[in-house]
Design a protein around this ligand. Structure first.
Ligand SMILES: [Zn+2]
Length: 358
């Protein structure tokens, strides 16, 4: 049951599943014994009834409980109904289409903190789980985004850069306090919204670490002072992260952190580099939204740690493994930047090794 349904399903194999299987088998045996032999003969002569009885028996013998892998499709928005910046904006009509789709398709919309808490506690997420997150704290979220979310009764997680709070085009602390009271979850998006991976000229490693750590401490203190609490979640400015930065975020006490790389959040991922689907410009079209909303995670294993920053080998060679039991490798398509393509190595047991060609 788990394999034909490709990458989505797995069967519960505990004692309750086994017990149900045994009971179902016993039920079928008793039913067959009780059947009048004339009826059995009639069924066996009728191809349709024969097929139907096989299907019914197969259904009964299948594992009864089917559970889904813990996953959440998280979206990141920036501006609402603000046509001055089309690439990071979504119109009211399009945003409403997104929310209506979530409702019609029976998605449960959670705040990011709840998704993180459930994953950390090993608890399950709803079968169809989505999250609306919003970066930067633009005023248009207060005026055009949040009112729509309230209409639908959906929560939101807002990542704020503290240096811009109260600036032109941005919400002030009073606005944020109101949103917090209305149960908008507030996350940290740094103080400066700088390209945190970049070093200043002549800045050494230790100086860079101190500068970033100070940025985080400063922003957390401002949240504490103005909102009475400091965030547990962090969103990397511009979605950029690397090992050293992730380490600083961990050390600062954030329980989870998010980029802007496309992907579905799933069990087993690094909780400080979780993906989100960016929405804005042409990516805000309903078709694009639906395609990302129904995407599923694909577990990937690396040979060794792969950092996100290219230092020496450029372009880099990337090698990773996919579990060939959870998808049909004939359907695999791999696209490397520049069209170099990928090399697929088979015969790796249950895995396929994919190497991007340089
Ligand atoms: Zn940002």
């Amino acid at each position: 049951m788990s394999k034909p349904l490709i990458d989505r399903l797995c069967c519960r194999s505990g004692w309750s599943g086994q017990l149900r299987r045994v009971l179902a088998t016993a039920f079928v045996v008793i039913c067959v014994q009780k059947l009048n032999s004339r009826v059995v003969t009639r069924i066996s002569r009728n191809p349709f009834l024969t097929c139907l009885s096989f299907v019914l028996v197969a259904l009964l013998l299948m594992p009864v409980e089917v559970v889904f892998v813990n996953e959440a499709n998280v979206f990141v928005y920036h501006r609402f109904n603000d046509s001055r910046y089309p690439s990071t904006n979504i119109t009211t009509e399009s945003f409403k289409d997104h929310l209506e789709t979530l409702k019609v398709e029976h998605f449960t919309v959670l705040a990011l903190g709840e998704v993180v808490d459930r994953m950390r506690a090993g608890e399950s997420l709803p079968q169809r789980c989505a999250v609306i997150s919003v970066d930067d704290g633009y005023l248009s979220f207060l005026t055009d985004g949040w009112p729509l979310l309230k209409q639908y009764g959906y929560p939101a997680t807002l990542f704020v850069s503290t240096d811009t709070v109260g600036g032109s085009d941005f919400m002030n602390w009073q606005d944020l306090l109101i949103l917090q009271e209305e149960c908008v979850e507030i996350g940290n998006h740094s103080a400066s919204h700088a390209y945190l991976l970049d070093r200043f000229p002549a800045e050494n490693e230790s100086e860079w670490r101190s500068r970033v750590a100070e940025d985080l401490v400063r922003s957390q203190a401002l949240f504490q002072r103005h909102l009475g609490t400091s965030p547990r979640l962090f969103a990397y400015p511009y979605g950029e992260f690397a090992t050293e930065l992730t380490g600083l975020i961990r050390e600062a006490g954030f329980v989870a952190a998010f980029g802007q790389q496309s992907g579905v959040i799933a069990d087993g991922q690094d909780i400080h580099t979780l993906p989100r689907f960016p929405v804005g410009g042409s990516y805000s079209a309903l078709r694009e939204f639906r395609s990302r909303l129904f995407m599923k995670s694909l577990p990937v294993k690396f040979d060794h740690h792969q950092d996100t920053v290219i230092n020496h080998e450029n372009p880099p060679t990337l090698k990773f493994y996919l579990n060939s039991k959870i998808f049909d490798e004939r359907t695999l398509k791999c696209f490397a930047q520049g069209g170099a393509g990928c090399l697929l190595e088979e015969g790796m047991g249950e895995s396929l090794a994919i190497t991007t060609l340089r």
